[in-house]
Design a protein around this ligand. Structure first.
Ligand SMILES: Nc1ncnc2c1ncn2[C@@H]1O[C@H](COP(=O)(O)OP(=O)(O)OP(=O)(O)O)[C@@H](O)[C@H]1O
Length: 255
């Protein structure tokens, strides 16, 4: 498998007031393979979200390098970075940031319509297909304000997929959902990953991590351990068993 992301010795420092500095990411080295389904766990404040933002070019590392499909992100100008994010990456956040004055379908189409040279009808077909895949096709013309949390998260997934990204980044994508919606969203993400799209999620939820095939463990800004598992198969694999083995592994690594 080829690499989609290669991060070498990345550090992230931020200036605090009175000349103090916070060292958030400390010499992190990480390779993500194309098509992998990866989760990042660790205590609150350990740097999980910061890692995700720096790998995706939403933020810039203080030192070290992040290479995304051959592009050294640190050497790109803001507009070049924005183009790469729009073309090759999809983002799903807990706080979904959908546009309240647009309908469900218009929110999904939005990232495609801002790209140059798109054919609106093709985008509409694709958006409808995604709504169907995530089971919310009946909401096509509903206003965003009429959708539930689980439905909004599905809209967010459709929007993240509209440009056929190579990688989806999710920061606590199921954080605000009940357990049924969490299961549904995870199975959608599992399907996306099985079609070859790379998925990387930050999560506090061991149930989420149990559905991925590699769990990274962050502590105090360091990537301290990783646990590899086989791809989750909902027909064969026991989620509980995987959850327990992740819990044991985290405790062993000082959680
Ligand atoms: N721009 C910033 N300015 C100051 N401090 C920051 C900034 N960004 C992150 N931090 C701090 O860096 C640390 C790591 O933050 P980060 O959000 O990456 O952690 P996390 O592991 O994702 O936490 P959580 O699980 O609580 O979401 C935290 O202490 C946070 O307050």
């Amino acid at each position: 498998m080829t690499n989609i992301i290669e991060a070498s010795n990345i550090n992230k420092k931020v200036e605090l007031d009175k000349g103090h500095e916070l060292h958030i990411l400390k010499d992190v080295n990480l390779v993500i393979k194309k098509g992998e389904f990866v989760s990042v766990m660790g205590p609150s404040g350990s740097g999980k979200s910061t890692l995700l933002y720096n790998l995706s070019g939403m933020d810039r590392v203080s030192s070290g390098s992040v290479v995304f499909q051959g592009h050294e992100l640190g050497s790109l100008k803001e507009d070049e970075l924005a183009k790469i994010r729009l073309k090759y990456m999809g983002f799903i956040f807990q706080d979904i940031n959908l546009l309240k004055n647009l309908s469900v379908i218009d929110n999904v189409m939005f990232p495609a319509l801002v790209s140059k040279g798109v054919v609106k009808n093709k985008v509409l077909q694709k958006a409808r297909k995604l709504l169907q895949m995530t089971g919310i096709d009946k909401l096509e013309n509903h206003q965003i304000t009429q959708a539930s949390g689980g439905q909004l998260q599905r809209v967010g997934i459709c929007r993240a997929l509209i440009n056929n990204p190579d990688i989806i980044f999710g920061d606590e994508p199921t954080g605000a959902l009940d357990s049924k919606s969490t299961e549904d969203i995870l199975s959608i993400l599992g399907e996306i990953s099985s079609t070859g799209t790379t998925v990387m999620l930050v999560t506090h939820d061991v149930k989420v991590a149990a559905k991925t095939e590699r769990v990274l463990f962050m502590k105090d800004g360091n990537l301290v351990a990783e646990k590899k598992m086989k791809k989750f198969d909902h027909l064969q694999d026991d989620s509980k068993e995987r959850e327990e083995s992740i819990m044991k592994w985290m405790v062993k690594n000082g959680f």
